[in-house]
Design a binder for this molecule. Structure first.
Ligand code: MN
Length: 202
């Protein structure tokens, strides 16, 4: 059985940028929903139940066809949200090796925010915006629905959920306000750790 991870902070920890009610519903209803639907898809397939989600998604072509789409969508939904919660926190400043890398690859923190924000605003429909390390360079990538970057070769160090469920309660149709708020709740300490791991910096 796959289970819902606990958040490493309270639902109100990101106020006022991301409100407690949105966090509660996002985690306890939407994220939980992906976990539940993944378990339902696997319930008659014990041989696949013990595999990690990463393993299931990497081996999707061997997953029985009648559950393949459910495993892809819901497995992706589980791990994308696991990653998203991990890179959120209030009151962190961009610092360390990832600061140098962002300044080197985007020009400045402000230019990174501008470009990432433009991509996020322009993304059509549901999906995720990613900051990744690929070929030793930081790049912005996008995925649709609950697709992941697992097979891309890119190493994600930051992500933003642009599904309407991530912002609609507080921001309604104003996705750009949600995106601007997001830049205040990035856990740059964690992103720096992920960057160093991806870049193999000790
Ligand atoms: Mn979401």
């Amino acid at each position: 059985m796959h289970t819902l991870i606990k958040l490493p902070y309270n639902y109100d920890a990101l106020e006022p940028y991301i409100d407690a009610r949105t966090m509660e519903i996002h985690h306890s209803k939407h994220h939980q929903g992906y976990v539940d639907k993944l378990n339902i898809a696997l319930q008659n397939h014990p041989e696949w139940q013990q595999r990690s989600i990463e393993d299931l998604l990497a081996d999707l072509s061997h997953v029985p066809e009648n559950i393949r789409l459910a495993v892809k969508n819901n497995g992706g939904g589980v791990i994308n949200h696991n990653f998203f919660w991990e890179i959120l926190a209030k009151g962190k400043e961009l610092q360390g090796e990832v600061k140098q890398a962002i300044e080197s690859d985007f020009g400045s923190q402000a230019q990174f925010i501008e470009v990432f924000g433009q991509v996020a605003v322009a993304h059509f429909g549901s999906g995720w915006i990613w900051l990744v390390l690929v070929d030793k360079k930081l790049k912005i990538m996008t995925t649709v629905n609950q697709d992941t970057l697992l097979a891309s070769g890119a190493k994600p160090i930051l992500t933003l959920d642009v599904w309407e469920h991530a912002y609609y309660l507080k921001y309604q149709n104003r996705r750009s306000e949600y995106i601007n708020a997001f830049f205040n709740v990035i856990n740059w300490d964690r992103v720096n750790e992920l960057y160093k791991k991806a870049a193999r910096i000790a």
